[in-house]
Write a protein that binds this ligand. Structure first.
Ligand code: XMP
Length: 309
């Protein structure tokens, strides 16, 4: 792929398809949606509405960070807090696929409403090739492959454009560099659409998300020097007994996962130094309330997936 040619072609395609109308892009902070936003802005200028829906499942300070990064490109990002809606539908759900479905339905309803409010007739989406391949292969229901999940976009009043659907991650990053996206975005680890919900086994509640989020900050902080393909903290639904301040408590268990991969289709665990793992354990137990045990996941993909739900 020639990144410059790709950018020129897709810019023209978006311009032609959207015509004089407005389009909306929902940013997640990840490289895929960021590239789509930059392409959309190049094609449409102010007729692109860049929206960040805060679903309550994002990493620490994600919204302000995205807004700041895009401001440097001259793109204004609107932030809408919809976390209460997401937590309300996720309450009580423990089954992984039900959780994904609840997220997906709420995501598209929220987005549909935002599109209608904005007057946009099109939505730009950062679906990439592995999303489609894995969903077709039945490996996972990816929330962003519309045809596969039988979502009638007419119900939501949108036409969807997916300019990156033929690309794999390394190519997306090439395009990001071509579009002069800041390195903090172009080289960022992938982060799934349903956010921290994919890293919480059992019910997703604001308290449990806060635990996973606080542990994520530590994992990313300690492992970023190794530049893994992806690293994360996962909150299990099991508990374990431990000692805190001389008392026995039945505490939370965090799994640290870090993987190396080319395209997320297969992955191997990062060979992290013992000292680094020990520091992660010490920090999580000391800094994240209620956590009593920290584990490191040694499993490649397959048989495991990268995420936990
Ligand atoms: P798995 O867990 O299936 O993940 O091995 C493969 C890659 O896809 C990401 N992922 C998602 N991305 N929506 C997304 O946009 C999703 O629903 C989703 N589920 C998993 C995951 O982070 C990994 O990079």
């Amino acid at each position: 792929m020639d990144a410059k040619q790709f950018v020129d072609e897709k810019t023209e395609e978006i311009r032609q398809t959207v015509g004089g109308q407005r389009a909306l892009v929902a940013l997640s902070g990840g490289v895929d949606s960021s590239v789509v936003a930059a392409l959309g802005h190049r094609a449409l200028g102010d007729r692109l509405v860049a929206l960040f829906i805060d679903d309550g499942l994002m990493r620490q300070d994600e919204g302000p960070m995205v807004a700041e990064a895009f401001a440097t490109l001259g793109i204004e990002v609107q932030i809408q807090d919809r976390s209460e809606q997401f937590f309300a539908v996720l309450a009580g759900i423990t089954d992984p696929e039900e959780k994904r479905k609840a997220f997906r339905d709420t995501f598209y309803k929220t987005l549909g409403a935002a599109v209608r409010d904005s007057g946009a007739k099109f939505m730009l989406q950062g679906t990439i090739a592995p999303d489609i391949l894995e969903t077709k292969g039945g490996v996972k229901t990816q929330h962003n492959v519309l045809e596969q999940i039988g979502l009638d976009t007419a119900v939501y009043g949108l036409a969807i454009l997916e300019p990156l659907r033929e690309l794999f991650k390394p190519q997306v990053r090439e395009v990001a560099r071509e579009l002069s996206l800041p390195e903090s975005i172009a080289e960022r680890m992938p982060f799934p659409g349903p956010g921290l919900a994919t890293r919480i086994v059992g019910e997703v509640t604001p308290e449990r998300v806060a635990t996973a989020r606080a542990a994520t900050v530590i994992v990313e902080d300690e492992l970023s020097a190794l530049q893994p393909f992806q690293c994360m903290a996962v909150l299990l639904s099991d508990r374990a007994t431990g000692l805190q301040d001389g008392k026995r408590i039945f505490g939370q268990i965090i799994v640290v996962r870090s993987v190396e991969s080319e395209d997320a289709m297969t992955a191997t665990p990062t060979e992290v130094e013992w000292d680094v793992l020990r520091r992660i354990q010490e920090r999580i137990c000391a800094e994240v309330p209620g956590v009593i045990k920290v584990l490191y996941d040694l499993t490649p993909k397959p048989p495991s997936t990268i995420e936990y739900i």
